[in-house]
Design a protein around this ligand. Structure first.
Ligand code: FAD
Length: 560
């Protein structure tokens, strides 16, 4: 009989814990040990902002599981406060430090493995500036950080918080800090918040943040901290690269993360171009007896086919599951990622899946974009809210390459339908053909997903043609505004645009413009689509529908 294998897992959170438990379900005989350098195993990083803000009141709920639970339920040994400091591939051993032991002998151990999983995750980026270790400067990655932030808030009740970095976690923290009554300023180095979204979609969220009294500073970066105190410093002012100064009771760093690849690098395991560990679809590294999963590993992007590093909880958990299956002797493959993610600030929700426009260009994909603005459910039923949708669609095939949704209630459902389509390589035709659940409180007979699909389908089949707001100006198109006269008078956005409300257009076709370059504007793109069809059939040669209508164009023009 083959001897039971000794399988070691480094890191006990999403990827490590998923791998260990899957492995045990497959293989009762293996000896499974998790080394976790912190005091906690299998906790819910994603829940930490909500505990800080008080939406989750019971700290225990964030901790999920204990070492005892893993032993009792799964016969898995979890060694918390144990850091793996080296991998010796030649004799298949690990150097492990027991961080709680005071004796040098008891502290350092050598442990043998037959198979090894590196699930060491990622660490938050800390800028190298004086005072970054001040007592009121924090990042959030671990339970320890969460506890420190919570205690600081309860003790000092910060009135002014500066959040550096406007990614998903920065926005979540902004929401929670507003919730506890702090003023919030977000500083973002790039020219937009929420980098997974394209700029005009992120602008919708930014506008909402500003309306909800969050100060947003873009194109600027933390450069210096003004400190107070002698032994323990407090950073009282944040100085930005522009010279701007911000008062601060508390500073939260959310500048992104880096994969913890040092152990792998030292052991000469191949690191990919993204900086994370290169793995095959079985989550095996360049050493077949060593696996890697979660935030420390690369994956293949399902849309571009390229290796990417997208550190998110879902992929970490499923990569861990695949690694656990394969280490346990089963055939399993990780299918890749689409980067699907979602974030909320109060009522507004932003979500994305697949590639955005910047990524589609970088991957040299041939694509077009289309927008729609649907209501989350039947408009006659109370509580319907707008969903702004942007689709990135492959020109030749109609394959859905990416989707971004900004709206309110219902965005989570919408993005997941797009994500399912992107994951399966589906097209805009597939979106239209979906048979989805409908009753007035939940959706419409034509759901926001299908409306977005139909608009893109019309573009694909040349039943409609679109032009972006900036191209209208660059290419010198004459604009006909088919909104009502009142809407036109309130905000023309295109200087010199001609107002012909849609309901009067058939009787007022501007024949003199038949041979000119004409762009049509309405609020959301539907009335201008109808106008497009009228003018096209009246013989207009070069007529286009302004992509995304007024609702998107005003963001594009504001930003350009
Ligand atoms: P990690 O969670 O980083 O765990 C790795 C573990 O390895 C750590 O506990 C570490 O202590 C341990 N370790 C490292 N080196 C060693 C060593 N040498 N020896 C022993 N142990 C070691 N993702 C989402 O998809 N949705 C969200 O809403 C979301 N929200 C988030 C909110 C916050 C505040 C944070 C911080 C992250 C959030 N994420 C979210 C990301 C998600 O939490 C991570 O993608 C996920 O935790 C990755 O799991 P992992 O197991 O790969 O790594």
């Amino acid at each position: 009989m083959a001897k039971a294998e000794n399988i070691i897992i480094i890191g006990g959170v999403a990827a490590g814990a998923a791998a260990a438990t899957r492995l045990r379900r497959i293989n009762e005989k293996a000896t499974i040990t998790i080394f976790e350098k912190s005091n906690y195993v299998s906790f819910a990083n994603c829940g930490m902002p909500y505990y800080i803000g008080g939406e989750i009141t019971n700290r225990q709920r964030i901790l999920l599981n204990t070492a005892d639970f893993f032993k009792d339920r799964f016969n898995i040994d979890v060694m918390v406060n144990h850091e793996v400091t080296a991998i010796n591939r030649k004799d298949k051993t690990l150097a492990v430090t027991d961080l709680t032991s005071r004796s040098r002998k008891g502290r350092e151990k050598t442990v043998k493995y037959d198979k090894l999983l590196i699930a060491t995750g990622a660490s938050h980026i800390v800028p190298e500036i004086d005072g970054i270790d001040s007592s009121n400067v924090f990042a959030l990655r671990h339970i320890l950080h969460m506890d420190k932030i919570k205690t600081f808030i309860e003790t000092w009740r910060p009135e002014e918080t500066v959040i550096v970095g406007a990614g998903y976690i920065g926005i979540e923290l902004a929401e929670q800090l507003k919730r506890i009554g702090s003023e919030v300023t977000i500083v973002e180095k790039s020219d937009q918040i929420l980098p997974p979204l394209d700029k005009e979609m992120a602008s919708i969220v930014e506008e909402y943040l500003i309306d909800n009294e969050v100060t947003v500073i873009k194109d600027d970066a933390l450069s210096e901290l003004e400190l107070e105190g002698e032994e323990t410093f407090v950073a009282r002012k944040v100085k930005l690269a522009s010279g701007k100064e911000l008062d601060s009771d508390m500073i939260l760093l959310s500048l992104g993360v880096r994969p913890n690849v040092e152990l792998a690098k030292d052991a000469k395991i191949t690191i990919g171009e993204t900086g994370a560990i290169k793995v095959n679809d079985k989550m095996q590294t360049s050493d077949p007896s060593i696996f890697a999963a979660g935030d420390v590993a690369e994956s293949v992007h399902k849309v571009t086919g390229k290796n990417v590093w997208i550190p998110l909880a879902g992929p970490a958990s499923f990569q861990g599951r695949v690694a656990g299956s394969v280490m346990g002797g089963k055939d399993a493959h990780y299918a890749g990622v689409t980067g699907t993610a979602i974030v909320r600030f109060n009522d507004i929700i932003a979500a994305n899946s697949g590639v955005n426009e910047k990524q589609a260009k970088a991957a040299k994909l041939s694509f077009f974009v289309s927008y729609s603005h649907s209501q989350s459910h039947a408009t006659y039923y109370p509580g319907a809210a707008i969903e702004h949708i942007k689709l990135i669609v492959e020109k030749k095939t109609g394959r859905l390459l990416g989707a971004q949704v900004v709206g309110y209630d219902g965005v989570d459902k919408t993005i997941d339908i797009f994500a399912a389509t992107i994951n399966s390589g589906g097209t805009v035709d597939d979106l239209v053909d979906l048979d989805l659940a409908y009753a007035p409180p939940y959706s419409s007979a034509r759901s926001p997903v299908q409306m977005a699909g139909m608009i893109a389908q019309n573009r694909l089949r040349n039943i409609d043609a679109a032009i972006s707001a900036d191209d209208v100006i660059k290419k010198d198109y004459s604009v006909i505004d088919v909104r009502t006269q009142t809407e036109h008078d309130e905000d023309k956005i295109f200087e010199g645009s001609l107002s012909i409300p849609i309901d009067t257009l058939r009787d007022n076709i501007p024949i003199s413009m038949k041979t000119k370059k004409v762009a049509l504007l309405c609020r959301a793109g539907l009335r201008s689509y109808l106008a497009y069809r009228i003018l096209k059939q009246a013989g207009f040669k070069d007529v286009k529908n302004i992509n995304g209508g007024y609702l998107i164009s005003r963001h594009i023009l504001n930003d350009s």
